[in-house]
Design a protein around this ligand. Structure first.
Ligand SMILES: Cc1cc2nc3c(=O)[nH]c(=O)nc-3n(C[C@H](O)[C@H](O)[C@H](O)COP(=O)(O)OP(=O)(O)OC[C@H]3O[C@@H](n4cnc5c(N)ncnc54)[C@H](O)[C@@H]3O)c2cc1C
Length: 334
C-alpha cells in the first residue's frame, strides 16, 4: 500500500506558447488554490521553456506558493515525448499529491501518458473538483453514461492524482500575489532526436468573430428541434437584434448544420453569457453543464422536457413561432 502522506503539494501545469499563458492554466491556479487552502498543500505552478515576464506575473497573482521553472532541450514547441518525460521525471523527484492539467489537445495528450508511466490514475475532463478531508483524496466530478449521471472519480490508493480539466470550467478570479513565492529551477533536457514528430510549419487558426461564442453576452442556442438549415435565418436575426451570437447543441453539429466551434457543452465550449435562450433543446446534462447564464430561457414544445428544470423562464411552444414572436416584439419596441 502506498504511503499517501509522502506525496505533498498540488501542481498546475502552465500551458503557454512563450508569449501567452493558456487561460485554462490560470483558471486552474485559481481553483486549485481553494483545494490547497483546505488540504494544507502548497500550490506550485510548473513552467517549461521560456515565458514572458508579465505572463509570469499573472500566474503569481493567482496566490501560488511556488514555481518550478524547467529548462533544457525539447520544450520549444509542444511535443508528446519531451512533456511526458518532463512530468515523469519531475513527479518522481518531488512527489506531488496532485497534478492538474488543462484539458486542451496537448494536455489530454501527455497527462495520461505520464500518469501511466508513474503507474497512477488519470481522470479526464472533470467539470468540478472537490477535496475530501476524510480520505485526503480529490474528487473529480464529471458527467458520465451519456450525461445521465454525475460520476465522482477518485484515485484512492495511488499518487500523484492526475486530472485534466475542461477549459472554461472554472472562473479566473486571482486571489492576489503571495508575499513569498518559492522559485525552483530544474534542468531536464530531452534528446530532441527522440521526438517522433517533425515541425514543418505553423499555421494560426483564422479568427472568425462569429465563432467566438465564449465572449458573447447573449447566446441564442439552437437544438435538434430545428427542422433544418433553412430555418436558421430567423435565429440569426434574433441574435443580431439582441446583440448576441448563435450557438448549438451537438446534434446540430452532427447534422452538419452548424460548425463544431458553436457547440456548447461538455465536449464543446463552456459559456457564461448574461442571457441564454435555448430553442428546441431537451436539456441533456452534457449540454447544460456548459452553460452558466445570468438569465436562462428555454423554449420547447414538450412541457416535460428536462430543460425546464434548469431555466429561469420556460416557454412551451413551437420554437420557430416563439422566435418570430420575439423578433416582432423587439421590433415593435423599437
Ligand atoms: C460524452 C458525451 C458528450 C456530449 N457532449 C455534448 C456537448 O458538448 N453538447 C451537447 O449539446 N451535447 C453533447 N452530448 C449529447 C447530449 O447527450 C444530447 O444528446 C444533446 O445535447 C441533445 O441535443 P438536443 O437537446 O438539441 O436534442 P434532443 O435531445 O433531440 O432534443 C430536441 C428537443 O427539441 C424539442 N423540439 C422538437 N421540435 C420542436 C419544436 N418545433 N419546437 C420546440 N421544441 C421542439 C423536443 O421536445 C426535444 O426536447 C454529449 C453526449 C455524450 C455521450
Amino acid at each position: 500500500m502506498m504511503d499517501k502522506s509522502a506525496y505533498q503539494n498540488m501542481w498546475v501545469y502552465i500551458e503557454h506558447d512563450g508569449k501567452t499563458v493558456h487561460p485554462v492554466s490560470l483558471e486552474l491556479c485559481c481553483e486549485v488554490r481553494k483545494l490547497c487552502d483546505l488540504s494544507g498543500d502548497r500550490l506550485i505552478a510548473v513552467i517549461a521553456g521560456d515565458l514572458a515576464e508579465d505572463e509570469i506575473r499573472r500566474i503569481e497573482d493567482c496566490a501560488i506558493d511556488g514555481i518550478i521553472f524547467v529548462s533544457g532541450t525539447g520544450y520549444e514547441r509542444y511535443n508528446t515525448e519531451a512533456y511526458t518525460n518532463l512530468f515523469t521525471v519531475l513527479c518522481g523527484k518531488y512527489r506531488p499529491s496532485a497534478v492538474f492539467v488543462g484539458g486542451t489537445t496537448n494536455g489530454r495528450d501527455f497527462a495520461p501518458r505520464f500518469a501511466a508511466r508513474l503507474e497512477t490514475g488519470c481522470t479526464s475532463d472533470a467539470t468540478e473538483v472537490v477535496y475530501n478531508p476524510e480520505t485526503t483524496d480529490i474528487e473529480f466530478i464529471e458527467p458520465a453514461a451519456g450525461g445521465k449521471i454525475m460520476a465522482v472519480i477518485t484515485i484512492p490508493e495511488l499518487r500523484p492524482q492526475v486530472g485534466t480539466i475542461r477549459p472554461g470550467t472554472f472562473k479566473y478570479a486571482p486571489a492576489g500575489r503571495k508575499e513569498k513565492i518559492d522559485i525552483l529551477r530544474e534542468e531536464i533536457s530531452f534528446n530532441t532526436g527522440d521526438i517522433r514528430t517533425k515541425f514543418l510549419s505553423f499555421c494560426e487558426d483564422e479568427f472568425d468573430p462569429e465563432l467566438d461564442i465564449e465572449s458573447s453576452p447573449v447566446i441564442i442556442c439552437i437544438g435538434n428541434g430545428l427542422s433544418g438549415g433553412e430555418a436558421l435565418e430567423q435565429y440569426r436575426e434574433l441574435a443580431k437584434l439582441l446583440g448576441g451570437k448563435i450557438a448549438c447543441t451537438r446534434p446540430l453539429y452532427d447534422r452538419e448544420i452548424l460548425p463544431y466551434k458553436l457547440q456548447v457543452g461538455q465536449s464543446g465550449v463552456m459559456i457564461k453569457p448574461k442571457l441564454y435562450i435555448g430553442f428546441g433543446i431537451s436539456g441533456a446534462v452534457n449540454h447544460v453543464t456548459g452553460v452558466e447564464a445570468d438569465r436562462f430561457i428555454a423554449v420547447n414544445n414538450d412541457p416535460g422536457a428536462p430543460i425546464f428544470n434548469y431555466c429561469d423562464y420556460g416557454i412551451v411552444g413551437d420554437m420557430d413561432q416563439v422566435c418570430q414572436a420575439m423578433i416582432q416584439a423587439i421590433k415593435a419596441n423599437g
